[in-house]
Design a protein around this ligand. Structure first.
Ligand SMILES: *Cc1c(COP(=O)(O)O)cnc(C)c1O
Length: 418
């Protein structure tokens, strides 16, 4: 389906945001010198200023930073804990042999829990793991906000304690910092102690707990491409540097153009504007409110970047093996030209050895909101369409698979109406 045939595109918030006038003018100042370009120093200074980390390696996007990190730290027999690994993080970690272990708190897995920080790491399980298997753990990750868990935030208290546990055991603590500004905004709103702090101060405090970070700047870099790997330790930096040159490019551009680096430097500054964050996160919450009013079930509370519609509750009449979430996804497009993405049994379901269908625990449709693109009216329209679909649910049936690839089938599979 060509993107042009989509009216409201909520497939992802990654690289789909609109750049500001300041970013567009920054593009014009791109210095395309191969090494040590002026634009590199702008980018580096911006990233150093909020991470407080000395060594910055630019990459073309988040997964390139993850690849470099895990090419050095992941090996068979090792275990890498996180609240929830994002799928590219998990894939890179497991590609080099380590086990990617999710330790999110139990509330993080409950679709009805309204815990304010559903992205928190279970500190007891982290401590137990490090007491028992410290030698197997090369790094501990923490994803802010927790994308896989529904864009849910992690509290600063939790980050501080997880970091303290890691430091006690001598394990480096790394942030997957794709949405660090959105996470900081939730901390300001929901964690009493930090309610009078600026977003910048909260972000700096967050990074001060970490020994390193990976980031896809296609999220809170407010740009269409970019990322970085940051670290405090010189030895680690040196080992990452070799991998960066091999895979991405020279140390001062890492797969990006000078003009990309300029736009990113401005994006990192703009993303910490509290008025921007209030509007951004407020827009997602507004969509949630509109959906609630129309009786459309979704994972509570709304995340920072997305709403996850609960298709098991929206379409209870569809059999588990007929992909309720895919049916809801198709209905949103057919009725309203809205593109979301299925996160359910197409993605995670399996057929066991006896040939039985094993569904994923939830059937969800993710509606990710691009930054600075849509208005309140667009959100109301999405809620209206979803509301009508749920009201007339009997109209919509299930689907069956007619083609699937042996791996990552959800990217290329074909379906027909059941
Ligand atoms: C998007 C994302 C990544 C991967 O970044 P890409 O730029 O898509 O490679 C990693 N972690 C999280 C939490 C993400 O949201």
């Amino acid at each position: 389906m060509p993107a042009e045939a989509v009216f409201i595109d909520l497939l992802t918030d990654s690289g789909t945001g609109a750049m500001s006038d300041r970013q567009w003018s920054a593009l014009m100042r791109g210095d395309e010198s191969y090494a040590n370009a002026r634009s590199w120093f702008h980018f580096r200074d911006a990233v150093q200023s909020f991470t407080g980390m000395e060594f910055i390696l630019p990459t073309h996007q988040g997964r390139a930073a993850e690849n470099i990190l895990f090419s050095e730290l992941s090996k068979p027999g090792r275990i890498v804990p996180s609240n929830n690994h994002f799928d590219t993080t998990r894939a890179n970690c497991e590609f080099y042999g380590a086990e990617a272990l999710d330790l999110v708190i139990p509330e993080g897995k409950d679709p009805h829990s309204t815990h304010p920080f559903k992205g928190n790491i279970d500190l007891g399980r982290l401590e137990d793991l490090l007491k028992k298997d410290r030698d197997k753990v090369p790094v501990c990750m923490c994803t802010i906000t927790n994308n896989t868990g529904g864009g849910q935030p992690v509290s600063l208290e939790n980050i501080k304690q997880a970091s303290a546990i890691c430091r006690k055991h001598g394990v480096p603590f790394f942030l997957d910092a794709c949405r660090f500004a959105e996470n900081s905004y939730f901390i300001k709103q929901r964690e009493e102690k930090y309610s009078s702090w600026t977003i910048e101060k909260i972000a700096k405090e967050t990074f001060s707990c970490a020994d390193g970070a990976t980031m896809s700047a296609k999220k809170d870099g407010l740009s269409n491409i970019g990322g970085f790997l940051a670290v405090r330790d010189r030895k680690l930096y040196e080992s990452f540097s070799n991998a960066l040159i091999l895979r991405e490019g020279f140390l001062t551009y890492g797969g990006l153009t000078g003009r990309d680096l300029e736009a990113l430097a401005v994006g990192f500054e703009e993303v910490m504007d509290e008025a921007y964050l209030a509007s951004r996160i407020g827009q997602v919450a507004f969509l949630g409110e509109m959906l609630r009013e129309r009786g459309v079930p979704f994972l509570e509370p709304p995340g920072g970047h997305a709403i996850y519609l609960n298709a098991l509750e929206a379409f209870p009449h569809i059999k588990r093996e007929e992909f309720a979430a895919q049916s809801l996804c198709a209905a949103l497009y057919l009725e309203g030209g809205i593109r979301g993405v299925e996160i359910g049994s197409l993605m995670f379901g399996k057929t066991d050895a006896a040939g039985n269908f094993v569904p994923s625990p939830m059937e969800l449709v993710r509606l990710a909101i691009p930054r600075r693109v849509y208005t309140e009216s667009h959100m109301r329209y999405v809620a209206d369409v979803a509301g009508e679909i749920v009201k007339n649910r009997e109209k919509y049936g299930g689907y069956r698979i007619t083609y699937e690839a042996p791996f990552l089938r959800h990217f290329t599979m074909k379906l027909e109406r059941a």
